[in-house]
Design a protein around this ligand. Structure first.
Ligand SMILES: C[S@@+](CC[C@H](N)C(=O)[O-])C[C@H]1O[C@@H](n2cnc3c(N)ncnc32)[C@H](O)[C@@H]1O
Length: 248
C-alpha cells in the first residue's frame, strides 16, 4: 500500500478534519499543563488545522505553528486568532534555533515520525530549538492496549456533520509489522455518495523506547501521564504523555 496521508494532504479531507478530530479533554490538559510551565515562546510541531495553536495564541503566547501539509495549514489560517500565529510549512527543520521555551506535539504527531532516523532527527532539531532548561511536551498512544483491534467498520464507523455535509468514516486495519501499523480511513460523503480513502501509517513506540530516545537526545524526563485527567501512566493507560526538559 502506498502511504499518502491524504487525511492531511487532501484539501477536502483537511476541511472535515476538525469534525472527526475535535479537541476535548486533551485541550484542557494541554492548556493547563502549558500554563503551569510559565513559558512565552512556543512551537506547535505538527500543528495540523491549528486547533490548539490558535487556542494558545488567544491566551497571548508567542506561538509558531509548523506542519508539512499545506491543506491543514490552509484550514488553520482561517481560524480565529490565526493572525497571531507564525505559520511555517515543513517539519522540525523549521524550528528556530535556541528560541523556544516549549515545543509541543499533540494528537499523536510523534507517531507520524515512522522511521527511527526521522524521529531522532526531529528530537535533535527540537533540542536545538529549545533554550537551556526549556521543555518538550508530547503524546503517543499506548501500544499495550492494541487500539488497532477496533479498526474495522463495525467498531469504528461514525457519521458526522461537517462543512462538507454528512460524512461517514471508518478505519480498516491493513497490516502490523513490528511497531508499525498501516491502515485505511474510508470516507463516504453521504449527499453525493462520493468515496475517498486515506492510506495511513503510524508507529507505536513503547514507553521505554520513547524514554530512551529522549535521554539519548539530551532530554531529562520530568513527568509522564496516562490520560487527560493527569493520572499516572501504567500498562492500562490509553495515552502516554511525556514532559521532558532540555538537559544541558
Ligand atoms: C493527527 S494530526 C494532529 C494535528 C494537531 N497537532 C492537533 O492536535 O489537532 C497529525 C499532524 O501531524 C502532521 N505531520 C505528519 N508528519 C509530520 C512531520 N514529519 N513533521 C511534522 N508534522 C507532521 C500532519 O500533517 C498532521 O497535520
Amino acid at each position: 500500500m502506498e502511504i499518502d496521508y491524504s487525511e492531511f494532504n487532501n484539501p477536502r479531507l483537511a476541511k472535515i478534519y476538525d469534525s472527526f478530530n475535535p479537541l476535548t479533554d486533551d485541550e484542557t490538559f494541554w492548556v493547563k499543563k502549558i500554563e503551569s510551565l510559565h513559558v512565552t515562546n512556543i512551537s506547535d510541531l505538527g500543528c495540523g488545522t491549528g486547533l490548539l495553536t490558535c487556542k494558545l495564541a488567544s491566551f497571548g503566547y508567542n506561538i509558531t505553528g509548523i506542519d508539512p501539509a499545506s491543506s491543514m495549514l490552509e484550514v488553520a489560517k482561517n481560524k480565529l486568532y490565526a493572525d497571531k500565529v507564525k505559520w511555517r510549512k515543513g517539519s522540525s527543520e523549521q524550528l528556530e534555533k535556541n528560541s523556544n521555551d516549549l515545543v509541543v506535539m499533540t494528537s499523536h504527531v510523534a507517531q507520524f515520525f515512522v522511521k527511527n532516523y526521522e524521529w531522532n532527527k526531529s528530537l535533535k532539531d527540537i533540542y536545538n530549538s529549545l533554550k537551556p532548561g526549556a521543555y518538550l511536551l508530547f503524546d503517543s498512544k499506548n501500544p499495550l492496549l492494541e487500539p488497532w483491534k477496533k479498526w474495522n467498520k463495525e467498531d469504528s464507523c461514525r457519521i458526522l456533520e461537517s462543512s462538507e455535509g454528512k460524512v461517514e468514516s471508518w478505519i480498516e486495519l491493513i497490516s502490523i509489522k513490528g511497531n508499525k501499523v498501516q491502515f485505511k480511513i474510508h470516507y463516504l460523503f453521504v449527499d453525493t455518495q462520493e468515496k475517498m480513502v486515506a492510506n495511513m501509517e503510524l508507529v507505536y513506540r513503547s514507553k521505554n523506547q520513547l524514554i530512551k530516545d529522549l535521554e539519548q537526545n539530551g532530554f531529562e524526563l520530568q513527568k509522564t501521564y496516562g490520560n487527560w485527567d493527569g493520572s499516572n501512566l501504567d500498562e492500562n493507560s490509553p495515552e502516554m504523555i511525556f514532559l521532558a526538559k532540555k538537559k544541558y
